[in-house]
Design a protein around this ligand. Structure first.
Ligand code: SAM
Length: 261
């Protein structure tokens, strides 16, 4: 077998992007969960809402929102490859206008067109942890109109009985990670109305995320055997294995929050 054309010049970071950008989604979640959260948000939205999908990745949630709403959706991500993919796909998906924006969501509204703010709905699946839960709520509130909705999914502890390997991982990767109860409580303490909250089921991890990732890891293995990128593939597989073994004590929670005055 010869090396694929992208192999010789790729760095481990290129491999990381290759692994994730080619997946149906880049974090846990699925269409039923997006739809459930959207159903809770919907009574608080105008007929033609302005939506920000922050950390949209390859657009898994963007597509669900675009089909369900007659909206203008600004799909924001920092990764040029996923924004280029979304731009190619279609300016119009479903009944909505989708406008992919390459921007850093920690610096918004910088990079957004004027008409994007204030938004009626901010959506963010699996990306808020980059700012921490409280950091995201604080940074994104000014982008939302009064009474608007913030729907986000966030990694959290699900039990006090915590596996030591999971504790070690999250102490290194996400030391400020809260429990499910703390997420709900902190949101309310920060002035948000808790409209809906639920934990993601196993199918939301497996169907469009971990199972396709395992297949992709297997495809990428041979060109990277004994190479510098092997650790990237090993790390991704180790995360999947850890989730399978310890998922009773950590997971993702979807919160639908309404901005109150
Ligand atoms: C775990 S992925 C989730 C992607 C997508 N929402 C999904 O559920 O499939 C997190 C995404 O957030 C993006 N991201 C991370 N930090 C960001 C930032 N500061 N500004 C914009 N996007 C960011 C990453 O590039 C990545 O696409």
């Amino acid at each position: 077998m010869s090396c694929p054309p992208w192999c010789p010049n790729m760095t481990p970071m290129d491999l990381f992007i290759e692994l994730f950008a080619g997946l149906p989604r880049q974090g846990p979640g699925n269409e039923p969960c997006t739809s459930r959260a959207l159903a809770a948000a919907r009574p608080h939205l105008p007929e033609h809402p302005v939506v920000l999908d922050l950390g949209c990745g390859s657009g898994s949630s963007t597509r669900v929102l675009a089909k369900a709403l007659e909206a203008t959706i600004f799909a924001v991500d920092l990764e040029p490859r996923v924004i280029a993919q979304l731009r190619d796909e279609a300016p119009r998906i479903g009944r909505s206008t989708v406008l992919p924006v390459l921007a850093d969501f920690s610096k918004l509204p910088e990079g957004l067109p004027d008409e994007a703010v204030p938004a009626d709905l901010i959506w963010s699946e699996g990306a808020a942890y980059n700012l921490s839960f409280e950091g995201a709520l604080t940074a994104w509130a000014p982008l939302l109109r009064e009474g608007g909705v913030l729907a986000l999914s966030e990694c959290c502890w699900l039990s006090e009985d915590r596996d030591p390997d999971a504790v070690q991982l999250f102490e290194a990767e996400y030391p400020s990670m809260l429990s499910a109860e703390e997420l709900d409580r902190r949101a309310v303490e920060l002035g948000w109305e808790l409209v809906e909250a639920f934990n993601l089921p196993d199918a939301a991890w497996l169907d469009a995320f971990y199972e396709p990732m395992e297949q992709r890891i297997a495809e990428l293995r041979w060109p990277w055997a004994d190479g510098p990128g092997e650790a990237v593939l090993d790390g991704a597989q180790a995360e999947i294995d850890l989730w399978r073994r310890t998922k009773s004590c950590w997971g993702y929670r979807f919160l639908v929050l309404r901005k109150t005055s």
